[in-house]
Design a protein around this ligand. Structure first.
Ligand code: HEC
Ligand code: HEC
Length: 281
């Protein structure tokens, strides 16, 4: 710091206001001058190094040729190199083998999140949480089985469970009510109609369904069709599922994703992703 000077010993600009008010001609402090010069030197160097001044039909490109697009592309290349380490392995591996490899499956889960959002979440909900009429994929209840292979098959070939309508000729309203009550109670296998009317053929003697045909478990109190319980059970029994002979039948179709909609690698990634949502077996 410079010493404080007696104001009367410093020269003034010579201009006097209000009889005795003058402006001193002190030099600006050193720190201020260093800052001032450093900042204009910085500006000049910056405009030489980086793209800057507008010219008539272009602009000065800067001596280093830096552009933000170039920087972005270089960053992208770096990411691609990291990805390639994993992506190169995927085509030659089965979904089960990918799942068995911790590092690879962690990578796949991260990269399949967007694929799931773009292709599956509209029906199955964000993170596979389910939507009315569309199965939850994040639990361990499965129509077609929760093995990695079964999940992959669901994606590659699609699924369309078929249950014939049972209303009208096959079952009276009283019978439908009996079956409905037993299903809601979780005791359908001890209801004689279950055997007599052939439900057992698809829903199996234990009432838990068969993965090969996606016949739902009727004993677990978890409902495939919203809102669940009596009314919707009754509706399913009456009108069936995907039964083309009944206009009111429930529609339940998982589209297939082969044939160009998704690549094989993408489908494998999604199978691993779904398996890892929590309910894979
Ligand atoms: C247009 C709606 C729709 C889209 C899109 C869709 N699904 Fe499905 N998915 C369904 C329906 C409906 C079912 C149940 C089929 C049935 O009940 O027979 C299903 C069933 C499944 C199953 C079997 C579930 C089980 O319990 O066994 C899996 C796995 C599955 N979907 C995964 C996916 C994945 C992964 C995607 C994205 C690539 C996807 N789905 C996209 C409607 C859809
Ligand atoms: C030909 C095989 C078949 C027969 C016979 C059959 N079902 Fe089904 N049922 C299915 C399939 C497949 C589904 C699941 C459909 C889907 O989700 O795509 C299903 C679903 C259901 C559901 C819906 C469950 C839920 O969680 O919402 C109920 C209820 C049901 N069946 C009751 C019965 C009863 C009662 C009978 C006998 C009167 C019967 N089914 C006979 C194949 C059958």
């Amino acid at each position: 710091m410079s010493e404080k000077k007696n104001p009367y010993s410093v020269e003034t600009t010579g201009h006097v206001w209000d009889d005795n008010l003058g402006e001193l001609l002190n030099e600006p402090p050193t720190w201020w001058r260093i800052g001032f010069h450093a900042s204009w030197i910085f500006v000049v160097l910056y405009t030489i190094i980086y793209p800057s001044w507008p010219l008539i039909d272009t602009h000065f490109k800067g001596v280093t040729g830096w552009t933000s697009i170039k920087e972005y592309k270089e960053d992208l290349k770096e990411i691609e190199t990291v990805r390639a380490k994993y992506e190169d392995k995927l085509p030659g591996m089965s979904a089960a083998a990918i799942l068995a490899d911790d590092e690879l499956s962690n990578y796949v889960v991260r990269s399949a999140k967007v694929l799931f959002g773009d292709n599956c979440a509209a029906c199955h909900g964000t993170g596979g949480a389910g939507n009315p009429g569309f199965p939850v994929l994040a639990d361990d209840v499965w129509l077609y089985g929760g093995t990695i292979d079964a999940i992959e098959q669901s994606i590659v070939n699609g699924r369309k469970g078929i249950m014939p309508k049972m209303g009208g000729m096959q079952l009276s309203d009283v019978e439908i009510n009996k079956l409905t009550a037993a299903i809601v109670d979780g005791t359908v296998t001890s209801e004689p109609l279950y055997m007599e009317k052939g439900c057992v053929a698809c829903h199996m003697p234990d009432g838990k369904g068969m993965a090969a045909m996606g016949s739902a478990n009727l004993t677990d109190g978890i409902w495939r069709f919203a809102p669940g319980t009596a009314e919707s059970v009754k509706y399913t029994i009456k009108h069936g599922v995907n039964d083309a002979s009944d206009l009111l039948t429930r529609k339940a179709e998982m589209p297939n994703f082969s044939g160009g909609k998704l690549t094989e690698v993408e489908m494998k990634k999604l199978a691993v992703y779904v398996h890892k949502l929590g309910g894979g077996q």
